[in-house]
Design a protein around this ligand. Structure first.
Ligand code: UD1
Length: 341
């Protein structure tokens, strides 16, 4: 393949780049080196074009000769507060729109989406069956009631695995932008006869994870605390459920999806997670044990934009594209700690 990889200098992007080169593909990387992510210091990469995804001239230049686009460039995180909302829309929605407009002769697109498009994950009530709880109420969170109750009878719910056909329910600016990007890409596919595969990444961790920024994921935050000799601070009661997927497994999913595009329908979405559910408390405990550092504390603090549980079935990706993650959580967290040097 001749690939344009946007965001190829970022955390996931560098691993995808390495994987593409290892598989013998030709790659151009377009990356803006956002100061809030890179501190403004471009690290040299082969085939690198420095430019913003919203700059049609830079995108057109980077697209020259490409037959496939892997679009990872985005402002990540959840939205620190509403001051960020226009930057999310501009970087993620407008950025994707400019890219699609410039893709006049490319028909294959992998779009990096996220599990956050689902909002709260799947829940079952004993009486009402599958239900969709709304955002958690501040007064409940303040009282330490972290589990969302059944919206009909307030009974406790059983969390489950969400599948790709679940109704999306984005809860923050980042999530809304990712869903919007999927919709824009599907529109592009219909208009042009192109094909798009949206990969809804679960919680990605591993070497090169952003740290010490407001956009750092929890595994990097815990690792940084341990390195400072501090206790990892677990929010809520530590029972939040996630699926932590190693960045090299994610890179393998991306290149697999890109290679499969010519046989794919106009639009297909895949969850990308290991299928193994872990709580945040367990991740903190595993990391602290592997590091030999202080045991985590559970603080009861919360972030209003957080969802309680989000875990997905990644069976579609395994069944249809033959993806198989190589890292279990313990091996992956050890790798993360080793990479911290
Ligand atoms: C993460 C990603 C998001 C991605 C999504 C996919 C980040 C910042 N967010 O969201 O971009 O699309 O996965 O599923 O990478 N927590 C603590 N202590 C801390 C910090 C966080 O206990 O110091 C808890 C949070 O309250 C939350 C959990 O850890 O319950 C995960 O938080 P985070 O790593 O920010 O990820 P997600 O919100 O799942």
């Amino acid at each position: 393949m001749k690939v344009l990889l946007t965001g190829g200098a970022g955390f996931i992007g560098t691993h995808v780049h390495d994987q593409l080169l290892a598989e013998g593909h030709e790659v151009t990387v377009l990356d803006s080196f956002r100061p809030d992510v890179h501190g403004g210091r471009p690290a040299p990469r082969p085939g690198l074009v420095i430019g913003d995804i919203r700059d049609a001239d830079a995108v057109t230049k980077a697209l020259d000769g490409a037959d496939t686009v892997i679009h990872l460039a985005a402002k990540v995180g959840l939205g620190v507060n509403l001051d960020d909302i226009d930057d999310y829309v501009s970087s993620n929605s407008l950025g994707t729109a400019v890219l699609l407009k410039c893709m006049t002769s490319v028909r294959n697109l992998v779009f990096a989406s996220s599990m956050v498009v689902y909002g709260e994950g799947r829940y079952d009530c004993e009486t009402h069956g599958q239900v969709a709880p709304g955002p958690r109420r501040t007064e409940d969170l303040d009282r330490g009631r972290f589990e969302p109750p059944c919206p009909h009878c307030q009974a406790p719910l059983k969390p489950g695995l969400v599948t790709e056909d679940a109704v999306p329910d984005p809860r923050n600016a980042y999530a809304a932008g990712k869903l919007n990007g999927e919709h824009l890409a599907a529109t592009w596919a219909r208009e042009t006869g192109g094909r798009v595969t949206a990969l809804r990444f679960h919680n990605v961790y591993g070497p090169g994870m952003p740290r010490n920024t407001p956009y750092a994921g929890v595994a990097a935050i815990f690792r940084s605390a341990l390195e400072r000799g501090e206790t990892p601070r677990v929010f809520e009661d530590g029972g939040q459920r996630r699926d932590f997927v190693h960045v090299r497994d994610v890179a393998a999913a991306v290149t697999l999806a890109a290679s499969a595009l010519p046989q794919q329908p106009p639009f297909r979405a895949y969850n990308v997670g290991t299928g193994t559910v872990t709580t945040i408390g367990e991740v903190a405990t595993e990391l602290a044990a592997a590091y030999g550092g202080p045991q985590p504390i559970v603080t009861g603090q919360y972030r209003l934009g957080d969802v309680r549980h989000i875990t997905a079935s990644s069976d579609r990706l395994k069944d249809e594209l033959g993806w198989k993650p190589a890292y279990d959580l313990r091996t992956g967290l050890e790798d993360l700690l080793r990479s911290a040097g």
